[in-house]
Design a protein. Structure first.
Length: 129
């Protein structure tokens, strides 16, 4: 019985350490462009408690992220872009992948996807700084 309680306590401590990672910093990865080519993408996250803010950096611009939230090992945020007068909200959601908190995998989904829009593969982000 004592061993079971000790094991449960250790499991809670390890889980708290994993899920309590501070994600502040610069993260990079690759996504797939509309034409199928790989495209570099970077994020600068600033974490305060369970709130994430920052910017996404693409080929030619930087875009603020909004509605950023961390719950346990889950991260979620929104990027709003404008192209030719059309506003697009893209929701990014994913998970912290390791105990060091230096790798995240996110998927992105347009808030109002177009008919027959292909699902994009997950983006694996690595902490640079």
């Amino acid at each position: 019985m004592k061993r079971a309680l000790l094991f449960a306590g250790l499991l809670i401590l390890v889980s708290a350490n994993l899920f309590g990672a501070d994600l502040s910093g610069i993260w990079t990865g690759q996504t797939v462009a509309r034409n199928g080519d790989p495209e570099d993408v970077s994020f600068r996250f600033q974490q305060s408690g369970d709130v994430i803010s920052g910017k996404m950096y693409g080929e030619n611009e930087s875009t603020p992220i909004s509605e950023g939230k961390i719950e346990g090992d889950t991260i979620r945020f929104v990027v709003v872009t404008e192209l030719n007068g059309q506003i697009n909200r893209t929701i990014y959601s994913g998970h912290i992948l390791n105990a060091k908190g230096d790798e995240i995998e996110v998927t992105r989904q347009r808030e109002n996807p177009r008919p027959n829009e292909k699902k994009t593969p997950p983006i694996r982000l690595h902490r640079v700084v």
